[in-house]
Design a protein around this ligand. Sequence first.
Ligand code: HQG
Length: 174
Amino acid sequence: MTRISKYLARHLRHDPQRIGLALDPGGWVEVEELLRAAAEHGFPITADELREVVASNDKRRYALEDGRIRASQGHSVPVDLGLPAAEPPEVLYHGTVGRFLAAIRSEGLRAMNRHHVHLSADRQTATRVGARRGAPVVLVVAAGAMRADGHTFRLSANGVWLVDHVPPAYLRFP
Ligand code: HQG
């Protein structure tokens, strides 16, 4: 399941062309097309396996709708997820690692290779996100204050808060 999920992330978020896929502007692709492309490129997946991966995925990374599938967030290829602006809670969290802190203190949080900065609703999730890269450091984001100052927040289908940039003034460091 993890192998399939990683394969989906690679081709639905970052590199669809690698297997000859084209995502529509919203990031969707026909399930049949995806399965055919994967099989043709040496990674056969059955429709049942795909459904199972989508349903059991720990972070609900993929959405299935009307015979189409897309990643709910995390793209590096240009897509417009069409997410409406949403009211964030007063604080959100961002998990990172010590080696990025100097840059983050001076530039704030930047989207880097993705479309948005990803923020978590709880400290525990942010800790896990940071731990992917080393000893996690959790920053507290004054989301309510940012919203009040005109920054737009969006909430992905799987509960990740997305914002273009977090200026350093809204960050609290441990
Ligand atoms: C850091 C996973 C230097 C930032 C996770 C992070 C998440 C800066 C890294 C989702 C910086 C970017 C996203 C600055 C931010 N200077 N470094 N100014 N601003 N950074 O992977 O948030 O499993 O693009 O702290 O669970 O780690 O893929 O972002 O360490 O939800 O579904 O630059 O990816 O979800 O890394 O993770 P990423 P992220 P999936």
